[in-house]
Design a protein around this ligand. Sequence first.
Ligand SMILES: [Zn+2]
Ligand SMILES: [Zn+2]
Length: 288
Amino acid sequence: MENFTDPVFSSDHLLNYLPENPIKEYFANAWIYMTKNYTKFQIATWGSLIVHELVYFAACAPGIIFQFLPFMKRFKLQPNRPETFDGQWKCFRLLMFNHFCIQLPLIAGTYLFTEFFQIPYGWDEMPPWYNIALRVFGCAVIEDTWHYFLHWALHDKRVYKHIHKVHHHFQAPFGMTAEYAHPAETLILGMGFFIGILLLANHVILLWAWVTVRLLETIDVHSGYDVPYLNVFHLFPFYGGARFHDFHHLNFTGNYASTFTWWDKIFGTDKQFKEHYAKLEDKKSKSQ
Ligand SMILES: [Zn+2]
Ligand SMILES: [Zn+2]
């Protein structure tokens, strides 16, 4: 691992300031066990499916619990539209169809991709954690850009009712609705996820690191709860968060980006969002 060379991190000076991965030893043992006992196809396909399902439902769990905790209501962005059992069941059914009939064949394709581009699976080729983190950030910037323009296009009157209307079924989203979408939307917006991998993958670990971050992020922005202080994503400047995307579901217009706020700022598509919160602030200050 120490022998790994990369133009971005070739400076020893910079490396001296970065801490080692504290769970490196356990992670190494688990990774070596996996690569010895399973084929590349099994790792790329079933491994990726397991990572996706585990992360998706683990990330949804807090939101599922929050609806039964009365004190969490103060953090709910649209408290007048609570989650319902029927809504969550309807969402779960479509998710299962999308996960197993649309996403699984795409995931299986990643095996062919790693073979074609000779993306390594071994522990010896494992990049250091900071290299993975930087590449994941690159994937997020690429995906956010793709998502912004294609999502805006999906709101065009001529196509909206055919595809994107499904995702807007829930005006007050909850975590599970992150991937509640028409299969065509899963393919169109999902492309943005794969572009980063195509350009930046240097190890199969990037697929899992990026899918983990992307799922945590999209479930956070759909959670319907804006819980202060506990969310590490808010340490990143320009991170949109739940308040930003929840407004998109409430208003149907504006705030088209998935992760960052810069594209909406540049094109002024966050205007209604800013006005909405300025009005709320004004009301609050007048009532005090
Ligand atoms: Zn939309
Ligand atoms: Zn959404």
